[in-house]
Design a binder for this molecule. Structure first.
Ligand SMILES: Nc1ncnc2c1ncn2[C@@H]1O[C@H](COP(=O)(O)OP(=O)(O)OP(=O)(O)O)[C@@H](O)[C@H]1O
Length: 505
């Protein structure tokens, strides 16, 4: 095979074919030509060119048809469709059938050369980049919850411990961490698994409708109640109800929920009949319920009832080690559903995904992977396919260096079991100094510190850091200003200024 990259021109226009051959070969390409789709397919299969310039309008097999055949015989080739009609439909079709790009005729030499160059670059990226091969525990895939990091293993343990009993489980964690997924998993592993699981997002239902949604209503109980309707608690009898965003309910609804779980009884809106229900409750919130209790916005007795077992889901940035398996799981799901053809991620792209703090957690990762898989030209997602916000904010890491524990911070789920009638202790979120897993290197320590600071301070990061360093250095030097200044590498005068500035006297 020739050293120079091979370009195949498929066009039934002899003049254009000839000029393309001339331009491309004088720019160092090894050029092959075919005068029809049928002929082009034969040459392409035999010669496996890197780039194919394909005319859309040809007698016999059309460009679009040829393109579809080529995608089977020449999977990695970069195909540029040449079309005289630049319609949106042609563009969409061409990309849908896996073209690298398309160009509208007539075009100038510079344009076709630069596009060919670009296609060649993409080909090289695709073939030279090693794809990342994660070590996976595919058993998790069947459960639908992926995570081999220490914090997730703790979560799984708690799920196992609580699933068999009927205790109320309160799931906390940032948005997108998988609270609903965990609630479903608890239900699947309980004796209620054959009964309904119903999820209700309390924040998404208007205040005046939430009670009717949960407990049902009698005909004529309010304007619009034209028939009797059963609510979620009744529909869920024998099963598990998941109340998401429970912190968003009015006090009156809270009272009724308390009765439903305490007495196992409900009343439809506008009704007098007491209906027995047997429902296991799981609930979630990303609000500070303790604060709501203090502000009398949330009933204290309900709070304690809900907190029989409390499960805190770690943010994804606390368990970046799970990113490779989550990505693989997501890609498998997508390709099974035939939504995309991407099957893997290049090593470089995986490094970027593992170095991004994912403020929107697994949901954000899911969206990013879906988008990248749609954009990817071949079976491998490359750096260029990743969303801009991920590319710009990521500090790429070597995925294999992430180890088995969380890189930034590992916090065991916040679980506290209590007897049904006793209050559950409220476990505060861990503080900066309470990180349970040692960072494996100084770089990890800086990463961890940086992300912690980003969570707590919106600006003046250096100022916050400086103050903390100063306090610690002072403690170590037992308040000796000369030694502290020398340790910090500043003059005593600067130290005094900082003491005043940070009010440390
Ligand atoms: N560990 C996980 N493994 C696989 N997929 C996950 C995992 N965690 C979350 N997901 C996926 O991420 C998406 C968001 O999860 P889910 O809706 O359960 O989050 P949430 O915490 O309930 O979010 P919100 O607070 O916004 O309601 C879902 O599509 C879910 O399937």
């Amino acid at each position: 095979m020739s050293e120079s990259p091979t370009v195949l021109v498929i066009d039934d226009d002899t003049d254009l074919r000839y000029s393309l051959e001339r331009v491309l070969s004088s720019n160092g390409y090894n050029v092959l030509a075919a005068a029809s789709g049928e002929e082009g397919l034969k040459v392409a299969e035999k010669e496996q060119p890197t780039v194919i310039l394909l005319d859309n309008r040809m007698g016999g097999m059309s460009g679009m048809e040829t393109l579809q055949h080529l995608r089977h015989t020449n999977r990695d080739a970069m195909i540029i469709l040449m079309t005289a009609f630049g319609t949106t439909q042609t563009a969409i079709e061409a990309m849908k059938f896996g073209a690298f790009d398309y160009i509208i005729k007539p075009f100038d030499t510079k344009k076709i050369l630069s596009l060919t160059e670009k296609a060649l670059g993409a080909y090289e990226d695709l073939n030279q980049e090693k794809s990342y091969t994660p070590v996976l525990n595919t058993e998790d895939y069947e459960e639908g919850i992926v995570g081999s990091s220490e914090p997730m293993q703790e979560v799984f343990k708690v799920i196992g411990q609580v699933a068999a009993s009927d205790v109320t489980v309160m799931i906390t964690g940032e948005s997108g961490t998988g609270k609903e997924l965990v609630a479903r998993c608890i239900c699947q592993h309980s004796h209620r698994s054959s009964k309904p699981f119903i999820a209700v997002n309390c924040a998404a239902i208007p205040e005046n409708l939430i009670e009717s949604e949960l407990f049902g209503h009698e005909k004529g109980s309010f304007t619009g109640a034209t028939t009797q309707r059963r609510g979620k608690f009744e529909l869920c009898d024998g099963g598990t109800i998941f109340l998401d965003e429970i912190g968003d309910m009015t006090l009156s609804t809270q009272t009724k929920i308390l009765r439903a779980i305490q007495e196992g009884e409900i009343q439809r809106v506008g009704g007098t009949e007491t209906i027995k229900v047997d429902v296991r409750l799981t609930a979630a919130t990303n609000k500070d319920l303790e604060q709501l209790v203090e502000e009398k916005e949330f009933r204290e007795d309900l709070y304690y009832r809900l907190n029989v077992v409390r499960l805190r889901l770690p943010a994804l940035r606390e368990r970046l080690v799970d990113v490779p398996s989550l990505v693989d799981f997501m890609l498998q799901k997508l390709s099974k559903g035939r939504k995309t053809k991407a099957k893997r991620v290049s090593e470089e792209a995986m490094g970027i995904l593992c170095g991004y703090p994912w403020p929107g957690n697994v949901r954000e990762l899911e969206n990013a992977i879906y988008r990248s898989a749609v954009i990817a030209q071949g079976e491998t997602i490359l750096k260029k396919d990743l969303p801009d916000d991920v590319l710009s904010a990521s500090k790429p890491v070597d995925p294999s260096r992430l180890g088995t524990s969380a890189p930034f911070e590992a916090t065991a789920p916040d679980i506290s079991e209590q007897e049904a009638n006793g209050p559950a202790p409220v476990t505060p979120e861990p503080l900066l100094g309470e990180t349970k897993v040692e960072p494996s290197s100084l770089k990890d320590a800086y990463d961890m510190l940086y992300h912690k600071l980003r969570e707590t301070a919106d600006e003046n990061l250096l100022g916050v850091l400086e103050k903390e360093m100063l306090i610690r250095a002072f403690e170590e030097m037992e308040g000796n200003q000369v030694k502290t200044a020398s340790l910090l590498g500043i003059t005593r005068a600067t130290l005094r200024k900082r003491i005043e500035q940070f009010d440390l006297k």
